[in-house]
Write a protein that binds this ligand. Structure first.
Ligand SMILES: Cc1cc2nc3c(=O)[nH]c(=O)nc-3n(C[C@H](O)[C@H](O)[C@H](O)COP(=O)(O)OP(=O)(O)OC[C@H]3O[C@@H](n4cnc5c(N)ncnc54)[C@H](O)[C@@H]3O)c2cc1C
Length: 494
């Protein structure tokens, strides 16, 4: 008899799990809290403009990338889907100079060497390490948490070119990394993109995703990729129940008997996959004693495992004219502003216009995304208790960012309209995301990466998927963990 499977959460992980489950013969239904699926990989329309929340870059866009197969199998990518490759990771504009971390690494090397000959040695090392990190790929065949020592070693060997980067930068924060350089432009370029406490290796690796070309933006952006996944899932016979938040899990002697929705309805299935944020599952529903020790360790050690989130403001450009503006992501110094009691003297913005279908010339969008962490989340959550104060604080910051954009790009004066502002609380409300996290835990200096199993010790028919099972998270981890959850289900003979 066909086995039934209930997947809780219709984000990228739940959708991926659903597609792999249907292909393995399970009768599969997704239960999603919201009235749409996609989770954090989402977008919305305001005043005729589109705001793409998520996909700044999707890894696995090279044909030979192991991840590419998963994107093809889930419908995200196919031969007919265009890929946009922005020319640089990001650019810094300062004192009339523009400095780019070009996708073309030779071009970047030449540009940075000419700006900072005094840093030639450190820059040469940096570019060598970036090149080495191009081999880094998320594991796509077996979950690292379930690997045997031989498989684990093999995974390490496949990334041996990144060893030098790991040795040089693996134990350095961004501040320490920046202090290796003398030139003020190079210091500003490297010192104002990520937070100071981030690992320098994360930075080097992120840039390598561009130089290797694995990173691209798929046609249709976040909502485009999700709609193609929905189509693949439903064509295979999958069902989606929207506005179906799971509030309770009925467990009896190590077996899940039912899940109970917010509307009180009981759902019974042979097996369950939890593809939503894991914290409420363990903390509020089945008990912390079932939590994988690695996951528990990360929640218990916030000094080493940080949930990162952001404050964002999106602006529409109100002209049919194609104003001259920098493409993609840019940072620039600006008059100081304050968010969550912290002072910022740089502004980060991203111009959305590469996908004409989403952003036609008269509907280009600029988004400012200011990185926030778990402490900032607590600040915003406190503010949210008084909705009027919360809203006015979001608006105050948006106004200040707009002024800074207009100061930097005078051609934007009177041509920006505020479309949307959102805070770390938004993602907590939208997806139940722990501390409003955009990705999963970011590993900080002195702490090691952790992998979480798809199986739950002591429960036979509940499996885990989702980005939180590996550090850094993101779309690739969400997808591979969806696939791994089905592998674990099959391996368990269920
Ligand atoms: C602003 C932003 C930018 C990003 N940019 C990138 C990027 O450029 N590249 C990249 O790779 N990644 C990016 N990410 C990260 C990426 O979006 C996430 O890693 C990924 O979407 C997570 O997928 P997921 O399925 O694991 O979790 P989620 O997206 O959180 O999906 C979980 C789903 O479960 C639902 N749910 C939660 N609780 C319940 C419940 N009790 N019952 C039923 N349903 C429930 C939620 O509503 C949600 O739909 C970004 C994220 C954000 C927020």
């Amino acid at each position: 008899m066909t086995k039934t499977l209930a997947i809780i959460g219709g984000g990228i992980s739940g959708l991926t799990a659903g597609i792999y489950a249907l292909q393995a013969g399970y009768d599969t239904t997704i239960y999603e809290k919201n009235s749409m699926v996609g989770g954090e990989c989402t977008g919305w329309n305001r005043q005729g403009y589109h705001i793409d929340n998520c996909v700044h870059f999707l890894l696995g866009c090279n044909e030979e990338d192991p991840l590419n197969k998963i994107w093809k199998n889930t419908g995200v990518l196919s031969d007919g889907i265009k890929l946009y490759r922005e020319p640089y990771f990001y650019c810094m504009e300062m004192n009339g100079k523009k400095i780019h971390l070009w996708r073309d690494i030779e071009k970047a090397r030449n540009e940075l060497f000419s700006i900072a000959p005094e840093d030639e040695k450190e820059l040469a090392l940096f570019f060598q390490c970036v090149k080495g990190c191009e081999c880094i790929q998320p594991p796509c065949e077996i979950s690292p948490a379930h690997m045997n020592p031989f498989q684990y070693m093999k995974m390490g060997m496949s990334m041996k070119n990144a060893l030098k980067a790991n040795k040089e930068y693996g134990k350095q924060t961004m501040s320490e990394f920046v202090s290796r350089f003398k030139n003020p432009y190079i210091k500003a370029l490297f010192g104002n993109y990520f937070n100071n406490n981030f690992s320098a290796l994360t930075f080097v690796t992120s840039y390598a995703f561009y130089t290797s070309n694995t990173a691209a933006i798929p046609e249709g952006g976040s909502t485009g990729m999700v709609s193609r996944m929905i189509q693949r899932f439903t064509t295979l016979g999958g069902r989606i129940n929207y506005s179906s938040e799971v509030k309770e899990v009925v467990i009896d002697r190590g077996h899940i008997r039912a899940i109970i929705l917010k509307n009180g309805k009981d759902i019974n299935a042979d097996n369950y996959i939890w593809a939503a944020d894991p914290y409420p599952l363990f903390h509020d529903m089945i008990g912390m004693k079932f939590m994988d020790p690695n996951l528990k360790y990360m929640y218990d050690n916030p000094a080493g495992y940080e949930a990162n989130t952001g404050y964002q403001a999106a602006f529409g450009i109100t002209t049919n004219e194609r104003l001259e503006l920098p493409e993609g992501s840019v940072i620039f110094p600006c008059e100081e502003y304050i968010i969550a009691k912290k002072r910022y003297s740089f502004c980060g913005m991203r111009l959305y216009d590469c996908d004409e279908g989403l952003f036609p010339v008269n509907k280009r969008v600029i988004q400012c995304n200011i990185l926030q962490n778990a402490d900032d989340f607590d600040y915003w959550a406190e503010l949210y208790n008084d909705k009027a104060v919360y809203e006015s604080e979001k608006m105050r910051i948006a106004k200040e960012l707009k002024e800074r954009l207009e100061m930097q790009y005078p051609q934007l004066a009177n041509k920006l309209v505020l479309l949307s502002t959102y805070s770390p609380v938004t993602f907590n409300k939208w997806c139940n995301a722990y501390k409003g996290g955009y990705m999963s835990f970011n590993v900080l200096k002195g702490f090691k990466s952790k992998y979480v199993k798809n199986t739950i010790e002591g429960i036979d028919n509940l499996f885990l998927a989702g980005q939180w099972l590996q550090n850094s998270g993101g779309l690739p981890i969400a997808a591979v963990e969806g696939k791994f959850a089905i592998a674990a289900l099959i391996k368990a003979g269920r």
